[in-house]
Ligand binder design. Structure first.
Ligand SMILES: Cc1ncc(COP(=O)(O)O)c(C=O)c1O
Length: 418
């Protein structure tokens, strides 16, 4: 919905979403009226615990799992840390005789919270990691995962939808490969810890638009976050399949089946439950509307702006994402110019904003560093209107013309190039 008063346009729904009014209403009583600690045994505690249990059931229905397979966290960063570090920690709690270092397979274009978790395990000497590259369209080939499997592979972690270019990964196919992968017990020495290679997916950017049935996907662990789905910030969840060898990574109380110590964020959990309920009710209708607008946006940009390119597959892509590069235009300058015109976009993930490093996602696609500097991510949401896209196109055309003129002048004046 275009706000005529502020004249601001929000095209950064992958960074975060506004909290839905219904979600706020559901959360409000749990701040001051029903403020109990969900672990307390008195009435106030029980009231809070019931609300947490209800949210847990809503998530379990949505993911097609049991409610005691849902762990509430502070968001997807924590869920991803718990999934990966928790599995590695469980391995080291009971390492096999003879000893071998566990191996993880992930991708080169995961969110930083997965990449840095893996890198820190490598640095601490606790795991070996293989980073699989996507193809030029931003899709991981399941056969590349199969080829990367070693005797010591204990975990594969692949994101469901990439947060920068929005590409959809073949999670179900990878799940099938891993499920049927013939793991012989002697492949794993004396370890009784695992019978199969565990499969984790970061579904943070998928929940709004794609089926997250954990049985269909054949995943053992799945992360999600409230603030990407019109729920609150600071609330997320991790699905952990029963029997998965995992240890907690924070010590303290026995909350969340002793897998996540710390007082539960009851209003946040209630809000997350309500947000999931709304996704389950409305997703199909909204997906169609958003996809139509996104396709219109892509068509217009490619038609009206010379030397513009869409990054990532159009076919295997979340309906809300468009990511472009514009020849001879630097991404940060474009972002600032758009912001000055009241249009909020992004160059990549919100977490990497402020960094002048080229996008690791675009580099993983095989783009050159100078190209990977110049991307623009536009992500739409349920309030996006066609009028906003039309305003955006007009402004973008002028800004790009201007920036290209400046960059031409700089080359001419300072370097004698044209
Ligand atoms: C794919 C993906 N994973 C993880 C995160 C981190 O989520 P949170 O902000 O809930 O920690 C994000 C947020 O941008 C994301 O897009």
């Amino acid at each position: 919905m275009y706000n005529k008063k502020t004249k601001r346009i929000y095209f950064d729904y992958a960074a975060t979403t506004p909290v839905d009014k219904t979600v706020i209403d559901a959360m409000l009583p749990y701040f001051s009226q029903k403020f109990g600690n969900a672990m307390s045994i008195h009435f106030f505690g029980k009231e809070a615990e019931e609300a947490v249990d209800k949210a847990r059931e809503t998530l379990a229905d949505f993911l097609h799992c049991k409610s005691d397979e849902i762990i509430f966290t502070s968001g997807a960063t924590e869920s991803n840390n718990l999934a990966i570090k928790g599995v590695v920690k469980s391995y080291w709690a009971n390492p096999p005789a003879g000893g071998w270092k566990p191996h993880i397979i992930t991708t080169a274009f995961e969110h930083h919270c997965v990449l840095e978790t893996c890198q820190s395990l490598e640095k601490d000497g606790l795991a070996e990691v293989t980073y699989i590259k996507p193809d030029r369209e931003g899709i991981i080939n399941p056969l590349d995962i199969k080829k990367a499997i070693r005797k010591n592979t204990i975990l594969v972690s692949i994101m469901y939808v990439n947060n920068e270019i929005g590409t959809l990964q073949p999670i179900e196919e990878i799940g099938k490969i891993l499920k049927s992968y013939p793991v012989k017990s002697d492949d794993h020495g004396a370890s009784k810890l695992k019978a199969k290679i565990l499969f984790h997916t970061d579904a943070t950017q998928a929940v709004n638009y794609f089926d997250c049935d954990v049985e269909k996907l054949d995943v053992d662990l799945l992360s999600l976050s409230g603030h990407k789905i019109y729920g609150p910030k600071g609330a997320g969840a991790l699905y952990i399949k029963k029997g998965t060898p995992i240890r907690r990574i924070t010590d303290g109380g026995d909350q969340e089946f002793s897998l996540r110590a710390g007082t539960q964020n009851v209003p946040g959990i209630v809000g997350l439950g309500k947000a999931i309920e709304l996704v389950a009710q409305n997703a199909k209708r909204e997906t169609k509307k958003i996809e139509k607008l996104r396709n219109y946006l892509i068509k217009k940009v490619l038609q009206e702006i010379p030397n513009s390119k869409l990054n990532g597959s159009l076919k295997f892509r979340t309906p809300a994402n468009a990511n472009f590069t514009f020849k001879d235009v630097e991404g940060e300058s474009l972002l600032i110019a758009l912001d000055m015109e009241g249009i909020a976009c992004s160059t990549g993930s919100a977490c990497s904003t402020g960094s002048l490093e080229p996008s690791h996602v675009l580099l993983a696609l095989g783009m050159k560093a100078e190209e990977a500097h110049g991307s623009l991510r536009i992500t739409l949401g349920k309030d996006t209107a066609k009028q906003e896209i039309d305003i955006f196109i007009t402004k973008l055309k002028n800004i790009i013309k201007h920036l290209r003129k400046i960059s031409g002048k700089v080359l001419e004046e300072y370097y004698g190039l044209k």
